[in-house]
Design a protein around this ligand. Structure first.
Ligand code: C2E
Ligand code: MG
Ligand code: MG
Length: 693
């Protein structure tokens, strides 16, 4: 700049001022200068002046309190004093109301102006509008807060990692890993994945896939935990972040395991059930066979367990069973298999290739531990077990055979006074021993009400009408299925078990007659077979009368079947009983007629409604002349005595036609219908009725 011509100088200076002003007014910063003394404004650019609603000229000479307001000045004064006193610059942020009614964020920098002597004579004020910046920051902070809130609120584990390095993890994720946040931050994410899964998870990370998959993490204590990963990629601070939701699969798997467990285990004791035991045994047999090894199967049944249940209640019974299960398990080796077959039956498989003597020792040990008194609800009770043992391979080649034989041996032990163990011997499989087993089981079946009645219709040969049905007992054995009466009735008769069974049959049949009658399904008599002991028992007729009265059933809906043999004793008392029954309306049939030696004269004096011709005569009709002669004679004779006849066991149309042609009144047999459970009988009745309509 040329300085000798003052006029030029002034022009030049003015030009400089104009340029400076231009510059000052066009920088995106508000600029002002205040004197230290009096805090008056000596310079302000347009930005500064307009920020406070003024212009560059009018702000000059005003104090900063006059410009920015007393309230703001009071807050800022200390900062100004500080920079002037300490000769340091300072900056602060504050909000200003914006022209649009919103808020402006400004960043203010204060710089001290020192003169040549180092005295602070003024202060430069530089103000930048940082509203945009603050808004962006705020938005970011809000979104991060949202994310943080979400992460913490999530019940599922969430882990963030950048380039494989963990940047954040929420409490559930940390709990799953057994770690604290500082322990995982900055660590490779793969470190927390189960070792066998690292390759796979690493591949997913490298590929950047957004997928959901099942894998496993590793807890600090080394436990491998099954999890599901749900992986997403996010943009965060301009970086690619990976978010992994870690879902604990233990519950889901525990559910599956529990379902599996329930299907294979007994809920009360947690022991494998019958099915699971048989599966395991089936799997073991080929190995034992190949190695020539011996296995021992112990069938354990508690003696008189039912009494505990009956006297102390089911809870006490359950507690006792749990104790017994625990005692059995504790007394055995780890490799031995224990199962509960239901009720009070436990089965043990000793797998250690043990000789009989060692097996006997184990059995005696079990007898001792199981029989020890148990505290149940304040009472000390003791139930002894009976144990039957079968050995593989000599006592059976299949699980079924081994179990059945151990079972048989167990009943044998029971019959020998209980609290004992017996090895299976082939002779036990013979009838006498089978009876023993059956007898013992039969008594239990009576208590447990394992019987059902099936009903077989009886039809008129004249018009096809339903004239009655016979109630036939079956034993619904829990393991052996339906057992027919011939297999247990003779035994029950000989062991005085027939009375309670017969009572039940009568009661059930009368109840059924009532239901069918009320339902309008059938108002025909239900025929009940009587056993000798039942018919001869004191007060039998009174009992029938009471039963009918209790149930409100007419006597005509009941028929009793007696065998010829039952009619032969003490004629007077038999006739008296029958007449009293007849008086109740109860009908009387003679069953299996032709097999006994009833004389005609004998029958004549008894109130009998019908004769049932034994099926052994029907079976060989019409070809067999002997059968034909007898059946024909029975029909004739019965008619002569005013009794109706029923042909039993009619299986073919030829048999039916033959007896019908001879004037037989009714038939019962598989040709028409086999004995059926009550529900099936009802279906049969309905189907028949709809056919007739
Ligand atoms: P039952 O009184 O002579 O009964 C008829 C038997 O013949 C039944 O055998 C029945 O299923 C069978 N039956 C019916 N139609 C045919 C056929 O067309 N062909 C063949 N082959 N058989 C047929 P179930 O049910 O096995 O009963 C056998 C015996 O057991 C009965 O002979 C009866 O004496 C006795 N019984 C059944 N239930 C009871 C009961 O509740 N108490 C008593 N004391 N004895 C009963
Ligand atoms: Mg019968
Ligand atoms: Mg019969």
């Amino acid at each position: 700049m040329n300085v000798h011509d003052p006029a030029e100088e002034i022009v030049a200076l003015r030009a400089e001022v104009v340029q400076l002003r231009l510059l000052a007014n066009n920088v995106p910063v508000a600029i002002a200068y205040f004197e230290a003394r009096g805090y008056t404004c000596r310079f302000a650019n347009l930005g500064y002046a307009s920020m406070f609603g003024r212009d560059e000229q009018s702000v000059i000479g005003l104090t900063f309190a006059q410009i920015i307001g007393d309230e703001a000045a009071r807050q800022i004064q200390p900062k100004v004093d500080t920079i002037l006193r300490e000769h340091r610059s300072a900056s602060y942020e504050r909000q200003l109301p914006a022209a649009d009614g919103g808020t402006r964020w400004i960043e203010v920098s204060l710089l001290p102006h020192l003169d040549a002597t180092g005295t602070a004579v003024g202060a430069f004020v530089l103000i930048a509008d940082i509203t945009h910046h603050r808004r962006a920051e705020l938005a970011l902070r809000e979104s991060e807060e949202r994310l943080a809130k979400f992460m913490h609120a999530s019940a599922e584990g969430i882990v963030f990692h950048r380039g494989g390095i963990v940047t954040d993890a929420n409490p559930p994720a940390l709990a799953l890993l057994g770690r604290t946040l500082p322990e995982v931050l900055g660590q490779p994410a793969l470190d927390f994945v189960a070792p066998d899964q690292r390759e796979r998870v690493g591949a997913v990370m490298a590929a950047g896939s957004e997928i959901t998959y099942e894998t496993a993490v590793q807890h600090r204590d080394g436990t491998r935990l099954p999890v599901e990963f749900i992986v997403r990629t996010m943009e965060h601070h301009g970086e690619r972040l990976r978010m992994t939701i870690v879902r604990d699969l233990r519950d889901r798997m525990a559910d599956q395991a529990r379902i599996h467990h329930l299907a294979h285990h007994d809920a009360l004791t947690g022991l494998p059930n019958r099915g699971a035991f048989i599966d395991r045994l089936e799997g073991l047999l080929p190995y034992a066979r190949a190695r020539g090894a011996t296995l021992a199967l112990l069938f354990i049944d508690l003696d008189h367990f039912k009494r505990v249940n009956d006297s102390l209640g089911h809870l006490a019974g359950d507690a006792l069973l749990q104790t017994v299960a625990h005692r059995i398990t504790s007394a055995l080796r780890v490799g031995d298999l224990v199962a509960r077959f239901g009720g009070d039956e436990f089965v043990v498989l000793l797998s250690g290739d043990q000789p009989a003597a060692a097996v006997r020792e184990v059995a005696h040990k079990l007898l001792a531990v199981i029989g020890a008194p148990v505290e149940v609800e304040g009472a000390s009770i003791s139930v002894t077990p009976s144990i039957g043992i079968s050995m593989f391979p000599q006592d059976g080649q299949t699980p079924d055979a081994l179990i059945k034989h151990a079972d048989t041996a167990m009943y044998h032990a029971k019959s020998r006074g209980r609290a004992d163990c017996r090895f299976f011997e082939p002779v036990m499989a013979e009838a006498a021993y089978a009876d023993l087993a059956m007898e013992s089981r039969l008594a239990q079946a009576i208590r447990d009400r394992e019987f059902v009645l099936h009903y077989q219709p009886q039809l008129s040969l004249h018009d096809g009408a339903l004239v009655g049905c016979e109630a036939l007992i079956r034993w619904a054995h829990p393991e052996r299925g339906l057992i027919l009466p011939d297999a247990f009735i003779p035994l029950a008769e000989s062991r005085r078990l027939m009375l309670p069974i017969g009572d039940w049959v009568l009661r059930e049949a009368v109840a059924q007659a009532r239901r069918w009658h009320l339902a309008g399904l059938a108002s025909v008599p239900i025929a009940v077979n009587l056993s000798t002991t039942q018919f001869q028992s004191v007060g039998f007729v009174d009992a029938v009368q009471r039963l009918l009265g209790e149930q409100g059933v007419e006597g005509r809906l009941l028929e009793i079947e007696l065998t010829e043999r039952m009619l032969m004793d003490e004629l007077a008392s038999v006739r008296d009983s029958l007449e009293r029954l007849r008086a109740l309306g109860v009908r009387i049939a003679v069953d299996d007629f032709g097999t006994g030696y009833t004389s005609l004269g004998h029958l004549k004096s008894l109130p009998v409604d019908r004769l049932k011709i034994d099926r052994s005569f029907i079976r060989d009709l019409p070809g067999d002349t002997g059968s034909a002669a007898i059946a024909g004679a029975v029909i004739q004779m019965a008619h002569g005595l005013g009794m109706r006849t029923l042909a039993e066991g009619v299986e073919t149309a030829a048999q039916r036609d033959w007896v019908a042609a001879r004037g037989c009144d009714e038939l019962q047999g598989n040709l028409e219908a086999e004995p059926m459970p009550a529900a099936a009988f009802e279906d049969w009745l309905r189907a028949r009725q709809s056919r007739q309509n």
